[in-house]
Design a protein around this ligand. Structure first.
Ligand SMILES: Nc1ncnc2c1ncn2[C@@H]1O[C@H](COP(=O)(O)OP(=O)(O)O)[C@@H](O)[C@H]1O
Ligand SMILES: [Mg+2]
Length: 280
């Protein structure tokens, strides 16, 4: 065995270090509404982790409690722990988590509609808790992955298409140079080709910028193709979890896929029913 082979083997055998670990976490809104009960998850450095499951399963709640945004909605981790980078951050605030390198892209492509694309990119530019100047490197990272944005810098973001708005929110998140990027329903309402483009770009960003990602999405097929590992949630609990390539072959997931083809809103109830039937 040559020296380089030895090094490669050693690197491969080094245990992955989780960026985030949830241990038996319970999440309650408004002091009494139990949204998530006893879930455990581990997200390894450099991985893309999929959070799947029907509407109301608790996917967004998990992301919000990791980024600290859930606290602004009167959400609280009432049991268990959230550990980030080896430190307990249970019920940590949103500012603290941003400073630690967590960026959360909320559902619904929240752009400032009356501001231009460029203003959207520039505004709220914080790094390490301080507002910083927008520099060439920021442009590089935004436009390397989303060259289209460069062509619409002066367009009011409200007039941008859904796909362009999704690019904009991801580009804006990248400017924060996150270590962990949380994405909530990035594919919602986008045409299939755009969804494919967005997910392919996310994989490129993950590989090239070494940004760990958690993606909650109703598009189970596309998300699992993109992810390294997946968790399927139902009723505030984790029902299944496995490497994405294993999950893809599981019978429950195939049914899940069936439910996601075509008009997803119409099939949601059927899908929900099937999963419940199998799992209870
Ligand atoms: N801000 C909130 N206040 C109270 N209940 C909430 C809030 N957000 C979500 N919930 C409830 O928590 C449960 C999980 O919701 P959510 O995390 O949004 O699920 P998902 O993202 O999987 O659709 C649902 O029953 C939902 O109604
Ligand atoms: Mg959600």
């Amino acid at each position: 065995m040559t020296a380089s082979e030895t090094t490669a083997t050693a690197a491969r055998e080094e245990p992955d270090r989780p960026v985030v670990e949830l241990d038996n976490v319970e999440i309650v809104y408004d002091r009494h509404f139990l949204a998530v009960q006893g879930i455990s998850m581990a997200v390894d450095e450099g991985d893309i982790v999929a959070l799947l499951g029907p509407n109301g399963a608790g996917k967004s709640t998990v992301l919000k409690m990791i980024s600290g945004i859930g606290r602004t909605e009167r959400g609280e981790v009432t049991r268990g722990s959230v550990v980030y980078d080896g430190e307990d951050v249970t019920n940590g605030g949103a500012n603290e988590m941003v400073d630690r390198g967590v960026t959360h892209i909320l559902e619904g492509r929240r752009v400032f509609e009356d501001l231009t694309v460029e203003e959207n990119l520039r505004c709220g530019l914080y790094r390490g808790g301080r507002r910083v100047r927008f520099d060439e490197e920021d442009y590089r990272i935004a436009f390397e992955y989303f060259p289209q944005l460069e062509e619409i810098l002066d367009l009011k973001a409200g007039y941008a298409s859904g796909g362009q708005q999704q690019m904009l929110v991801v580009a804006r998140a990248l400017i924060h140079r996150p270590r962990l990027l949380l994405l909530d329903e990035p594919s919602l309402g986008l045409a299939p080709k755009l969804v494919r483009d967005i997910f392919e770009t996310l994989v490129e960003i993950n590989r090239e910028e070494n940004i760990t990602m958690m993606i909650a999405d109703q598009n189970a097929k596309r998300t699992l193709e993109t992810a390294d590992y997946g968790y399927v949630m139902e009723n505030g609990q984790v029902e299944l979890h496995d490497p994405a390539d294993v999950l893809v072959d599981r019978e429950e997931i195939k049914e899940f896929y069936l439910g996601t083809s075509g008009d997803s809103s119409r099939y949601t109830d059927i899908r929900h029913y099937k999963i419940r039937k199998r799992w209870t």
